[in-house]
Design a protein around this ligand. Structure first.
Ligand code: DGY
Length: 320
């Protein structure tokens, strides 16, 4: 009988569940139903570790009620905005995330969003599936090309840099803003701007890669959208609350923003209904890290952190 017990709040890839069952007494969630706060607390009774996901909200109330036996909350994901880290600290529970392993998958989705929005992929799919395609036409579904354009990146961390590398391959000039300038080897020729206001007027393409914090909430609001070149393409694969939805929807309707590619939404899964009717919005259901390779790597990374803490070693990816 394994010494320690681990709770998975959601179903994780088979390979991850196999490893967890090999090493621990696993309390799984085979039906994959999101747990309420009360269910999470009651299922945490008699476990030493909780592996949660970015869809679980662990606020101060949850951390304060977590049974004393729980020594680590290992979050399956890189973002930490669903976790009250200050409450975790005061409760004395270690919290970890899964950085690095989802960089490539998320950058690939950002590129897909950019291409899908710029090349009107949603409208093309709709036309075909609804049986409305009458054949090739010289002015049919003309979109915007990436080559020769300037891409503005807000947040040049690991994922922003990976997006920049990919976009360079499409002949795009990279501009970025972040809290500080990167060293030249990380910049790889990208042009730094000290403020979002400086970056936006030259961003014919714009991709958001900043974390969700009180400072970045509604970073893209009506005033800032008005600074973009007319018809710019806007992409968000970071967090929904970076964008003021009302303002973006108005800009998509007026043509100030030519098209948007969005994988994340404020209040998801209840997305702003305005997006559903917009033909120039290319929408995905928060699937940036959803590749088999990445989701397995995320699970293994979460378990590496659990292994460390339960065997008395420091957690490699400690965030609180
Ligand atoms: C994260 O990790 O923060 C993503 O949003 C989900 O993989």
């Amino acid at each position: 009988m394994p010494e320690h017990a681990v709770l998975f709040t959601r179903r994780l890839p088979d390979a991850v569940e196999r490893r967890a069952s090999r090493d621990y007494r696993l309390i799984a969630n085979p039906e994959d139903r999101p747990l309420s706060a009360d269910e999470l607390i009651s299922r945490s009774d008699e476990v030493d570790a909780v592996v949660c996901t970015v869809a679980d909200k662990l606020n101060a109330g949850v951390f304060l009620r977590l049974p004393a036996r729980v020594r680590i909350v290992a979050s399956f994901g890189v973002g930490t905005d669903h976790l009250d880290l200050a409450a975790a600290k005061s409760r004395g529970v270690v919290v970890t995330n899964t950085p690095e392993v989802l960089t490539d998958a998320t950058a690939e989705i950002a590129l897909l969003l950019l291409l899908g929005a710029a090349r009107r992929a949603y409208e093309g799919q709709e036309m075909l599936r609804a049986g409305r395609w009458t054949g090739w036409g010289p002015t049919q579904l003309m979109g915007r090309q990436m080559s020769g354009k300037r891409l503005g990146i807000v947040g040049m961390g690991r994922i922003g840099q990976a997006m920049a590398r990919r976009a360079r391959g499409f002949g795009v000039e990279i501009h970025y803003t972040d809290q500080r300038r990167l060293p030249p080897e990380k910049e790889e020729g990208a042009i730094f701007h000290a403020t979002v206001e400086e970056l936006l007027p030259l961003s014919e393409l714009l991709s958001l890669h900043a974390p969700s914090t009180p400072e970045t909430r509604h970073l893209l609001n009506a005033q800032r959208l008005a600074l973009l070149p007319q018809g710019a393409i806007v992409v968000n694969s970071a967090r929904g609350d970076l964008v003021d939805d009302e303002a973006l929807i108005a800009a998509l309707r007026s043509g100030q923003v030519g098209a948007a590619g969005l994988d994340v939404f404020q209040g998801e899964p209840a997305i702003h209904p305005g997006y559903r009717t917009l033909e120039n919005a290319f929408l995905l259901p928060h699937m940036g890290s959803a590749t088999i390779e990445t989701r397995e790597a995320m699970g293994f990374r979460a378990l590496d952190n659990v292994d460390a803490v339960l065997s008395g070693r420091p957690a490699p990816d400690r965030v609180a």
